[in-house]
Design a protein around this ligand. Structure first.
Ligand code: 3NM
Length: 209
């Protein structure tokens, strides 16, 4: 998959009434290089409608587009891939359906990270690093210790997630993450483009060290 550093997930409960496409366009203009549509409540048709619009947007800016969970929607709109959790369709089955599209998997402990790597995942999510209110079924924070473990042991790309904010991103990068993923800190920001530019700058500076 294309290299990435800043990954934004939709979270319409944080958009403060702003339009989904406008919010994600601001994130892209600020430097986000992957967008994930995550919608656990809408009907399939509604998810499809949003996915079509985000596919159009991400094509326009040549940004990677991932759909959470809905493998059928991902295929229907020709998304670049899907993101699945530990309780979703197993990786092996997802791979049969998706061929060489991107498959990302959420992991919360090193055993899950090893399993995802061995099973051929394209990237893993590593989290939740800190407390987060953005995910209902979330496990306890895994802390930056889990980042260190993954950085030491796992070769496929990993992205740190969960409760990451401007004020704590330093700890995440110090622990060995080079890619970060957020919902609320990005899509809930007053100045979405501005905060993404700041994160992009921080990530790029870290890459040069
Ligand atoms: N997955 P925020 S944490 C969607 O640990 C998601 O796998 C997580 O939202 C995981 O940036 C999380 O607002 C929520 O904390 C991320």
């Amino acid at each position: 998959m294309k290299e990435f550093k800043l990954y934004a997930i939709t979270g319409e409960e944080f958009h403060q009434g702003r339009d989904l496409i406008e919010v994600m366009e601001q994130a892209i203009l600020g430097g986000v290089d992957i967008i994930q549509l995550r919608d656990k409540t809408s009907s399939k048709r509604e998810v499809l409608r949003k996915a079509k619009a985000l596919r159009e947007l991400t094509h326009k800016y040549n940004v990677t587009f991932i759909v959470n969970d809905h493998i059928d929607v991902a295929l229907a709109v020709d998304a670049d891939g899907i993101h699945i959790g530990q309780d979703d369709l197993p990786l092996e089955e997802a791979r049969k359906i998706l061929g060489d599209k991107i498959i990302g998997i959420s992991t919360h402990k090193i055993e899950e990270a090893r399993e995802a790597e061995a099973g051929g995942a394209d990237y893993i999510g590593v989290g939740p690093i800190f407390h987060t209110n953005s995910k209902v079924d979330v496990v306890d924070p895994v802390t930056t210790t889990y980042i260190q473990q993954v950085a030491d042991e796992i070769s496929i790309p990993f992205v740190a997630i969960g409760g990451i904010k401007l004020h704590n991103v330093d700890q995440v990068l110090k622990a060995g993450a080079t890619r970060i993923c957020m919902i609320s800190e990005i899509v809930g920001a007053q100045d979405i483009k501005g905060i993404c530019e700041t994160f992009t700058k921080i990530l790029n500076e870290k890459g040069e060290v």
